[in-house]
Design a protein around this ligand. Sequence first.
Ligand SMILES: *[C@@H]1O[C@H](CO)[C@@H](O)[C@H](O)[C@H]1NC(C)=O
Length: 236
Amino acid sequence: MLLKASTLTLLLATLSTAFPNHFSSPSKTKREDTWGGSVSLGSTKSRIIKSETTIIPGLPPSKQNGMLFLWPGMSNGTGDLIQTTLEQWPDNSWCGASKTQWCVRASLFGSFGQLDGPAGVVSANDQVKIVYTRSANGKTWTQDVTNAQTGKQLSTFSHDSGHMTGWGTGTECNGGCSGTVSEQKYMNTIITLEAADPTFGNTIAKAGGASYTGLSSSEGGKVWKISSISIPPMVK
Ligand SMILES: *[C@@H]1O[C@H](CO)[C@@H](O)[C@H](O)[C@H]1NC(C)=O
């Protein structure tokens, strides 16, 4: 079985980087050696009921010595971590990817370990739309991963999880990975809250040279948009 950040230590490291506001003041946020850039929002005083974003990953490193993961994640800081992940391993043939492609799969981390949906293949310039939706009864979270241009399904996964209050991107480098060599772009990120939280935008944080444009809200702070997020390559 293929595992990504499956240990508690890694899960906590993931969360502390993805949602730095939970663990340290923004001015103390430092770039860690094993992480690339990130942009995050949270915690909201309300709860997240839906998020969507479209990632264009760029070319992976020509050779991978460890494990490289690109993801938008959601959590409340201590509960389950919803994390559809673009992955590069030394050999990515497990999902059918070539050396110039990524694998992608919807994953969930929690006290049970790691649960995964089926894996799909992503090329450098593909637009991968990742939508996380909470069911009407508030219990089940569904991850839908499609090619935004063709509509083709790449992965999907549903499971019961608790409240989600933070959203963040991650560039995660494990096992002495070869770092990203391309810019990552996240387009049209939309986070919808259960109730208006006009202060949610103030929680935005960035690290590792990441930048964003077009942070805006509507419905009094219920729907939040980020037009574009840019994460620079780790290796210039
Ligand atoms: C996060 O959600 C879990 C339920 O999944 C809950 O037990 C936990 O208290 C929540 N943590 C916070 C910080 O709200």
